[in-house]
Design a protein around this ligand. Structure first.
Ligand code: FAD
Length: 475
């Protein structure tokens, strides 16, 4: 079958198999991890090299065609939804780690490199790539840069922006620019800081220089078991107040424990109200003292049991339970929507109370698995997409929870980005002047608004209330 002229032009750049335009194949790309809204692009193009990405973008620029970048599609705010962008550019073939510079602790990687692959490639040298989103076996560095992703260990190590030294960016004109580079502390404006977290609205990141950190000499991992969520969340503040900064401090509540236990049989106590997973790392000397302090703090806060992982196998099992918790939730309901908000750490007990109240008021089941040490909550709202009334209650409860985060001094996203999902909440945090200033900055990179259009900022096309599951986004 003959292809449409644009698909043919793209095929001439990347080859026949790297252009997808059959409807049944396109449906694979109709959503990311945010499944409440779906819309397939008209064409998906999969360049094999960064240079092909630039050529593809130049081709699109010639016809002023908007496009949406996509990595692995694990995003949770609908950032890859092709709203007003008929072409999706997918980086999944850009998987080369081009340089590993052990003495200078940095690596140069293509955008489609999977997060966990970097650590695998450098661990023999005693190094690791610190940002560790729970999706790290699948998500790409390009996606991490776009979302400024975090993870359990970012409590101590910082988020993506703290680990990116430079990026190669294909601007929407197809021009390739280098922002930053392998060298630390460049003078001038921090354009990398601007680009990290820009959700694909500046163009497509094709390569990144990332920092590598030394793997800790020793690690201690413990699981503290609490009767109630309140007691566990009080313990979170108490641990930090005791002067300890754990590498990770994560919480799972009863609903999540049940799902995880059913899936992985880790031995989590099914009658617990909540568990805290605490990891300490650093020089071996003194680490056991820290462990004793954290154990004592947890017991004082009401932990009925504190288990310390005896070896790497037990530690890995605990982390498997935590990092795969989202997947395990699939056992609880046909659909779920993960929210992402932030509150000051000391307000974690307050926001959890508000989530419980919202669950009762909207008659929903809501589980919590989150980066408690960062105050970064992830309530998981369970639903069945065939039940329109339940979907509308999920949306209302989600909105209410985010509003509560802001009211408590926090933010509407900790790490999943705004995408399409949270556009309506941007005015909760920013004045019209703030938003106009951000749009002006965006205009420097993308004056025609063709790179991932209709994301982050409120505008007419996406300010439609989501009322039903699988709403087709207007193209
Ligand atoms: C089970 C699960 C657990 C998760 N856990 C975490 C977590 O702990 N922490 C966390 O922060 N997130 C988490 N996420 C969310 C998600 O994995 C991250 O946002 C991740 O960075 C997305 O990467 P991706 O490659 O899948 O990007 P995609 O989903 O493909 O894209 C995400 C956004 O980035 C843009 N984009 C992608 N590639 C590029 C590029 N090369 N250049 C420019 N823009 C680009 C897209 O347009 C889109 O706006 C989780 C998701 C799932 C499903």
């Amino acid at each position: 079958m003959r292809r449409a002229p644009l698909a043919s032009a793209l095929e001439a750049i990347v080859g026949r198999d790297a252009v997808v335009d059959r409807p049944e194949a396109l449906s694979v790309y109709d959503c990311d991890g945010y499944t409440l809204e779906r819309s397939a692009p008209e064409i998906v193009v999969l360049p094999g090299t960064p240079e092909e990405v630039a050529a593809v973008v130049r081709c699109l620029a010639a016809s002023k065609t908007p496009f949406v970048p996509r990595g692995a599609g694990t995003g949770l705010s609908g950032g890859t939804l092709p709203v007003g962008a008929p072409v999706m550019i997918c980086t999944s073939r850009l998987t080369r780690i081009e340089t590993i510079d052990v003495p200078n602790r940095r690596a140069h990687v293509q955008a489609g490199v999977v997060n966990a692959a970097i650590t695998r490639a450098v661990e023999a040298h005693g190094l690791l790539y610190a940002p560790d989103p729970s999706s790290q076996p699948a998500c790409t560095i390009g996606g991490n840069v776009a979302e400024n992703s975090g993870g359990p260990h970012t409590l101590k190590y910082g988020v993506t922006t703290n680990h990116v030294l430079g990026v190669e960016l294909v601007l929407p004109t197809g021009e390739v620019v280098e922002l930053g580079g392998p060298v630390e502390d460049r003078p001038g404006y921090d354009l990398i800081g601007l680009t990290v977290g820009s959700e694909g609205t500046f163009g497509i990141v094709t390569r990144a220089w990332v920092r590598l950190v030394r793997a800790p000499e020793a690690v201690r991992t413990l699981l503290a078991v609490f009767g109630t969520v309140e007691a566990a969340s009080e313990a979170v503040s108490d641990v930090i107040a005791a002067g300890v900064v754990p590498a990770a401090l994560e919480m799972m509540d009863q609903l999540i424990i049940a799902a995880v236990e059913d899936a992985f049989h880790v031995g989590l106590p099914l009658d617990a109200g909540a568990v805290l997973l605490v990891e300490l790392d650093g020089p071996a000397a003194g680490l056991d003292d820290e462990l004793d302090r954290v154990t004592a703090v947890c017991r004082d806060a009401g932990a009925r049991e504190v288990r310390v992982a005896r070896d790497d196998t037990e530690r890995a099992l605990l982390w498997k339970a935590r990092k795969r918790a989202f997947g395990a939730v699939g056992r609880l309901a046909r659909n779920y929507c993960t929210q992402d908000g932030v509150v000051p750490r000391t307000r974690v007990p307050d926001i959890l109370r508000r989530i419980t109240a919202a669950a009762e008021r909207y008659q929903l089941r809501i589980g919590n698995v989150f980066h408690a040490g960062d105050g970064n909550i992830h309530p998981i709202l369970l639903f069945d997409e065939r039940d329109a009334d339940e979907v509308s209650r999920v949306l209302a409860a989600g909105r209410e929870i985010l509003e509560a985060c802001v009211a408590l001094g926090g933010s509407v996203t900790g790490e999943h980005g705004i995408g399409v999902e949270k556009i309506g909440q941007m005015p909760l945090l920013f004045s019209p002047d703030d938003l106009a200033a951000m749009q002006a900055i965006r205009g420097v990179f993308d004056p025609e608004r063709r790179a991932n259009p209709h994301k982050i900022f409120p505008d007419a096309l996406v300010c439609v209330e989501t009322r039903a599951p699988r709403r087709q986004v207007p193209l």
